[in-house]
Design a protein around this ligand. Structure first.
Ligand SMILES: NC(=O)c1ccc[n+]([C@@H]2O[C@H](COP(=O)([O-])OP(=O)(O)OC[C@H]3O[C@@H](n4cnc5c(N)ncnc54)[C@H](OP(=O)(O)O)[C@@H]3O)[C@@H](O)[C@H]2O)c1
Length: 324
């Protein structure tokens, strides 16, 4: 088969479209013919050697795919040859075929196209786990989403709206602001132009945010934490800005506030049963609420480095996907 191979951790110029050995399923595993691969920020971090998981070289990046089950290993229940599925692969998805643990493979939502399904599991799984399990977001609470036009950001905006929160999006350009409005944010903050803490206070009449969804990190995290309401929760989702922030411990004390960690991949490994139930609910919202990832560009798999470059340059609106 053909795959994108990372032979050296570092720059995107070291990725190659090359021949790779066909995967074969071990116990508890299946092989999937890839119909589409989602492009995730983690794919970029993994090629740079900056992600918490460092696959042995050479490897294919590719956190998640949509595809067809074509081989089934021993000790696998509940999956059949020909099933259209989505899978959390961790890496390996930027290829014509990939193997996955059966527990990380779920039915693809029928209402979504292949590229939409390939960008659904991780972002919407993460946003749901963050907002519902970790923050216990309640209707009419104010949810502020940072990086709101990006992958997990867009998912948090759309889910926040469905969960009846008041959704405030924070983004860094006019184009991203318009996009976040279209995704369902009722108010948009431009944190490239205005101090984030002041802006959150301004749009909440001084009360502050109940929940902040933060996939950005860096200096914005402390500003956002300082703009929490009494008993507010800041969800630590990621560090797209490249810097892991420190928050002084007096800040949670002063407002009875919480810094809440979110690690969907580890949650999915520990509780595949809960992820399966959550994905079923999210798939029902595709029909009920028109929930779908905004895939704004699709590249051939062989051009994955170009897609990852857009992610690195902070130029993506919504989601990118790859097709063989
Ligand atoms: N904890 C979990 O379980 C989990 C799950 C999935 C993803 N994540 C993490 O969440 C983060 C975002 O992932 P994503 O897939 O949503 O990425 P994405 O689509 O590229 O979005 C990231 C957003 O971050 C903002 N940003 C700020 N500074 C940036 C910079 N220097 N470079 C790039 N973007 C920057 C951008 O919005 P503005 O330009 O508007 O600021 C961008 O839209 C990543 O760190 C990822 O690893 C965590």
């Amino acid at each position: 088969m053909k795959a994108i191979l990372c032979e050296k951790r570092g720059g995107l110029e070291d990725l190659r479209w090359a021949d790779a050995p066909d995967p074969s399923p071990g116990p508890g595993e299946v092989v999937i013919d890839v119909r589409a691969a989602g492009v995730n920020f983690a794919d970029l971090l993994m090629t740079q050697g900056l992600y918490q998981v460092r696959p042995p070289l050479p490897f294919s990046p590719g956190f998640e795919v949509c595809g067809t089950v074509t081989e089934i290993g021993v000790e696998v229940d509940g999956l059949r040859l020909g099933d259209r599925v989505v899978a959390f692969t961790g890496w390996g998805g930027y290829a014509e075929r990939v193997k996955a643990q059966a527990g990380s493979v779920f039915p693809a939502p029928p209402g979504l196209s292949d590229t939409e399904a390939a960008t659904f599991l991780v972002a919407y799984g993460t946003a749901y786990h963050a907002l519902v399990d970790r923050a216990a977001l309640r209707p009419s609470e104010v949810l502020v989403v940072l990086g709101a036009s990006g992958g997990v950001g867009t998912a948090a905006v759309q889910l926040g709206r469905i969960l009846d929160a008041t959704v405030v999006a924070a983004v860094s350009s006019e184009e991203k602001a318009e996009f976040a409005h279209r995704m369902g944010a009722s108010t948009v903050i431009r944190y490239d132009r205005e101090d984030l803490k002041e802006a959150i206070r301004r749009v909440t009449d001084g009360r502050g945010a109940d929940v902040v969804f933060d996939p950005v990190g860096g200096a914005t995290t402390e500003q956002a934490f300082r703009a929490l309401a009494w008993e507010g929760r800041l969800l630590v989702v990621g560090f797209a800005a490249g810097e892991i922030p420190g928050v002084p411990a007096n800040l949670p004390l002063l407002k009875s506030a919480s810094l809440v960690g979110v690690f969907w991949g580890a949650f999915a490994e520990r509780r595949p049963d809960r992820v399966a139930r959550q994905l079923e609910l999210l798939a029902s919202w595709v029909d009920q609420h028109g929930l779908r990832p905004p895939v704004t560009e699709v590249f051939p798999l062989s051009e994955a480095p170009q897609a990852l470059r857009l992610v690195a340059e902070r130029r993506v609106l919504g989601r990118l996907a790859l097709t063989p």
